[in-house]
Ligand binder design. Structure first.
Ligand code: ATP
Ligand code: MG
Ligand code: MG
Length: 349
């Protein structure tokens, strides 16, 4: 049988490995850390750093196709891997999503709407950008941010010095604060032959920068739902994409505004595990393996809730509920803000 190589050993790699196993594939994880969530369920774990060319070569040669669970894979590592095996989604999706300014340039170039944004590389830049965009605004590092890390909110120009200090000199982007009514995301997929399938948009609630819940169906009009699905398709086609993508959107009276894209399975798509015949993880494996896609149809309403840090204490209670599916990531240490698992509450009509 074929072996699917996955870069990254977190919970997304773990759930991709489970889906791959169900389809008869073996999985190999490349992950610098030792006891990682994916290594508990994958067939092979190569523990090495992304600067270890010999290890990267060995990894690529041991698999048939390479995918990944996070977008910050160093370019030098991709150069090594790409010469040996196909990588899906491809380099362009990674290049675009690794840097918030390149990403926003790409999205606006497609005719999509983002928050107003300006590059910021100094406190002077920040003050000039604030003059143009106005407050409130959010300053974000261009690279490596997740779960709201590497961000500072500015309610007025008085916050500029502190906000720039928070970036620790990293190239950054100032975004105008979007007055959204709510947040939704589209999880979509494109197959090797160019077919596109979208899951129903989910409505996302964040707390302290971290996703807490995703609810389907989202509060969207029929035309908003169509817009969301079409814009996801436009992004997928423009990137000649193969795999699952997550597209985060702000809902405003003026229309949908794209916040960011993630070239991988996405936390806000975990509801598909209980809501769809083919969930996002199987969908991604199907795409990278060149199989036909599931159609993304939804057969139940679902509320996905992340279990973060001490939320783990609630598991005995949650386990008593017959309509709650529990997904735990096997992480040994509970830390504040750490995603330990999630539950999908299925609401049968
Ligand atoms: P993720 O874990 O989703 O990758 P991230 O660290 O990349 O998160 P963002 O998605 O950019 O961060 O921002 C986190 C949250 O902060 C958003 O979901 C939204 O609630 C809020 N936010 C970010 N940018 C803006 C904006 N321009 N206007 C209003 N709210 C924003
Ligand atoms: Mg992000
Ligand atoms: Mg986000």
């Amino acid at each position: 049988g074929s072996v699917i190589g996955i870069l990254g050993g977190g919970q997304l790699g773990r759930m991709l490995s489970v889906a791959a196993a169900r389809l008869g594939f073996k999985t190999a994880i490349f992950e610098p850390g030792g006891d990682c969530p994916a290594s508990h369920v994958a067939n092979f774990h190569l523990q090495a750093g992304y600067d270890d060319t010999a290890a990267l070569t060995r990894f690529a040669e041991s698999v048939d196709v390479i995918t990944y669970e996070f977008e910050n894979i160093p370019t030098s590592a991709l150069d090594v891997l790409e010469k040996l095996r196909p990588i899906h989604p491809g380099r362009e999706a990674l290049r675009v999503s690794q840097d918030r300014i390149i990403e926003k340039d790409f999205l606006t170039g497609l005719g999509l709407t983002t928050a107003p944004y300006r590059a910021v590389n100094s406190e002077d830049d920040l003050r000039a950008a604030l003059d143009e965009i106005g407050a409130p605004a959010i300053l974000k590092t261009c690279r490596f941010g997740y779960d709201g890390k590497g961000q500072a909110r500015l309610s007025s120009a008085e916050d500029a010095t502190q906000a720039w200090a928070d970036m620790q000199g990293a190239p950054s982007v100032l975004e105008g604060f979007v007055e959204f009514s709510h947040e939704v995301s589209v999880i979509a997929a494109r197959g090797a032959n160019g077919e596109v399938a979208c899951f129903d948009p989910g409505e996302n609630v964040h707390r302290e920068g971290i996703l807490r819940t995703t609810t389907v169906p989202a509060r969207l009009s029929a035309s908003q739902r169509t817009d969301a699905v079409l814009l996801a398709g436009r992004i997928l086609n423009a990137l000649d994409y193969v795999g699952v993508i997550g597209v985060e959107l702000f809902v405003t009276p003026q229309g949908l505004i794209v916040n960011e894209i993630a070239p991988r399975v996405h936390n806000s798509g975990h509801w598909t595990q209980q809501g769809c015949a083919v969930d996002q993880f199987e969908q991604h494996i199907r795409a990278v393996a060149g199989w036909p896609l599931g159609d993304g149809g939804r057969y139940a309403d679902v509320v996905m809730e992340n279990l973060i840090g001490d939320d783990m204490d609630r598991i005995p209670g949650l386990a008593r509920n017959a309509n709650v599916a529990i997904h735990l990531y096997g992480k040994a240490d509970v830390k504040p803000g750490r995603k330990m698992g999630h539950v999908n509450r299925v609401i049968l009509s």
